[in-house]
Every structure is written in C-alpha cells, then in structure tokens.
Design a protein around this ligand. Structure first.
Ligand code: FES
Length: 165
C-alpha cells in the first residue's frame, strides 16, 4: 500500500509520496523504461533528486537503487544535491568571457554571498557557471531558470535577481 503522508526523507526534504505515486504510476505507467522521464519529473518538482525519492522509485520500479543512482549521477542535468528555487547560470564561454563574464560572476558571488556551485541558505538561488548557452552575440549572458538576460552588467545584477522569488 502507498504511504499517504508527506514525510521528511533522510536528507530532510519533505517527500509527498502520493504525488510520487502519481508521477511514477499514473504519468509513467510504473514502467522501468520511463526511468529518465520519471527522474526528470521528480527533479522538476524538487529541483533535485532527493535520496528518498530514488529509494522509493527503486522499490516501485523494481530497479536496484545503485542503477538509479548511476543514472542520476551520469546526466549533468540531474542533481543529487539540494538546489535553490531559482537556478542562476552564468556563462563563462569564450564570447561571454571576453565581454566581461568573469566580472558578472564575481558580482553574482558577492551579491548572493555564495560561490559557484553553491546554494543560498534560504534556498532561493543556486549559482552555476556554464560554457556557452547559445546566444553568444548577447554576451555576457546569465540565464535564470528559463529566462535569458543578455548584455548584463555587474551593476544590473541586484535588480535582475530581485525579480525571482
Ligand atoms: S559564450 Fe556565452 S552564450 Fe556563447
């Protein structure tokens, strides 16, 4: 029988098992072949893959946990670490770099008080540097969730970040 409550997983994340059942069994028919899509849906919900959700998926799909863990670590789009509600990507590809991307990164680190790859304590932002996000002519570029902000200057960072709760 399904667990019916939200419970903290062993990494402290509140897990809604009914919702997980919905994802695994209703949306993806409980099929092993849909593992990647199931993990994508879990990550959309939590912004990362909490360990408890992987253990639960392992049980439901009858796939060894080690196999699911392997998939979660293989694809760079998945994260096994908690991430913020807003993913701030700073492009440090060549075109953005020569147009001042490094200064933008420094400003982001200063404003958010975190380093590249870290998440703010309030879980509002995660900062990640990336290599070319495909709009080099707009460099330097930052991407927040799905929004591109081109020709961004360090002194605009504050205003842009505040648009994201
Ligand atoms: S180098 Fe930054 S978008 Fe291409």
């Amino acid at each position: 029988m399904s667990k019916v409550t939200t419970q903290p997983g062993n990494d402290g994340e509140e897990i809604d098992y009914l919702e997980l059942d919905q994802i695994i069994e209703k949306e993806f028919d409980g099929e092993k072949e849909n593992l990647i899509m199931i993990l994508q849906a879990i990550q959309r919900r939590y912004n990362y893959l909490p360990k408890a959700t992987l253990l639960y998926a392992s049980e439901k799909l009858d796939i060894p946990y080690s196999k699911i863990y392997e998939v979660g670590t293989f694809y760079s789009t998945f994260s096994l670490e908690p991430r913020g509600r807003n993913i701030v990507s700073i492009c440090l590809g060549t075109a953005c770099h020569v147009r001042g991307g490094e200064r933008v990164r420094e400003q982001l680190e200063k404003t958010l008080e975190i380093k590249d790859g870290e998440t703010t304590e309030d879980k509002r932002y995660t900062l990640e540097s990336v290599r070319c996000i495909g709009c080099c002519s707009l460099g330097p570029v930052i991407k927040i969730n799905e929004d591109m902000h081109g020709r961004i200057a360090p002194d605009q960072i504050d205003t842009v970040l505040h648009q994201y709760e």
